[in-house]
Design a protein around this ligand. Structure first.
Ligand SMILES: [Zn+2]
Ligand SMILES: [Zn+2]
Length: 245
């Protein structure tokens, strides 16, 4: 029986990745190490507001002028790839947001997520996580905590409190290839299954496709803790029609 997996964290040259969506899709289908696994879908999760055209912005107007069109182009690019790969691989349109960089402009960020299936937040400290948790349900798509070693990132907070915060806010936890060796995550993963927290799997692919070799190990780790039913699979969101007013 083949194991079905999703890799929801890949970058392209839109931000700081080296491989195009087509190359990423092909690599997931070709990778010899994934032979016992059926990759059902991959997510593109580029840094939306940290791209080659980024510069310092001081207010929402500047932010929107700089990024609104670019973000629409990004969604269109991923959608096109989704159509091309339909039947072979599901392509999801994610986004990664740098919390410290963008936490002051969250209203603008939220307004720009038309057509984005899920949003990953990275470098979230405890104050940030509580803030995010308070508003997570107002986001138009699922919110995911990206590549976070919980005990290092929230050293003064109990694992129990972290997991309850994620569960109450329906924030998805991403198990990342960046957190290897996975044995360091055992303590956290013994806590996670007792709560309603979904787990996403991601390799954070940038310029080295060998990270894809970690997918079977990540997937088996999640299964080992009985989380098979709680693996996060995004829903494809239709972009809302742009309202002309
Ligand atoms: Zn990241
Ligand atoms: Zn990333």
């Amino acid at each position: 029986m083949s194991l079905r997996i999703y890799n929801l964290h890949n970058h392209t040259p839109f931000s700081d990745g080296a491989y195009t969506i087509d190359e990423l899709c092909q690599a997931h289908l070709d990778r010899a190490s994934l032979r016992n696994h059926e990759v059902l879908g991959i997510g593109i999760a580029d840094h939306l507001f940290c791209t080659p055209s980024s510069r310092e912005v001081h207010n929402e107007k500047e932010f929107e002028r700089l990024f609104a069109k670019e973000t629409r182009n990004y969604v269109a690019m991923v959608k096109e790839a989704r159509q091309q790969w339909a039947g072979k691989l599901q392509v999801y349109c994610g986004a990664e947001i740098n919390w410290p960089l963008n936490k002051g402009l969250l209203d603008s960020v939220r307004a720009m997520l038309d057509g984005i299936d899920y949003v990953l937040f990275e470098f979230v400290d405890w104050a940030g996580l509580t803030q995010l948790a308070n508003q997570a349900r107002r986001w138009p798509c699922p919110v995911v905590l990206a590549h976070t070693d919980v005990s290092l990132q929230f050293p003064n907070t109990s694992l129990d409190q972290v997991v309850r915060t994620l569960a109450n806010a329906r924030i998805v936890y991403e198990l990342s290839a960046k957190l290897m060796p996975l044995a360091n995550q055992d303590r956290w993963f013994r806590v996670v299954p007792n709560h309603r927290v979904q787990v996403a799997i991601g390799t954070d692919t940038h310029d080295d496709l060998s990270c894809l070799d970690a997918l079977p190990e990540l997937h088996e780790y999640v299964l080992k803790f009985g989380l098979g039913e709680k693996i996060f699979v995004p829903a494809v969101r239709a972009a809302e029609a742009v309202s002309v007013s």
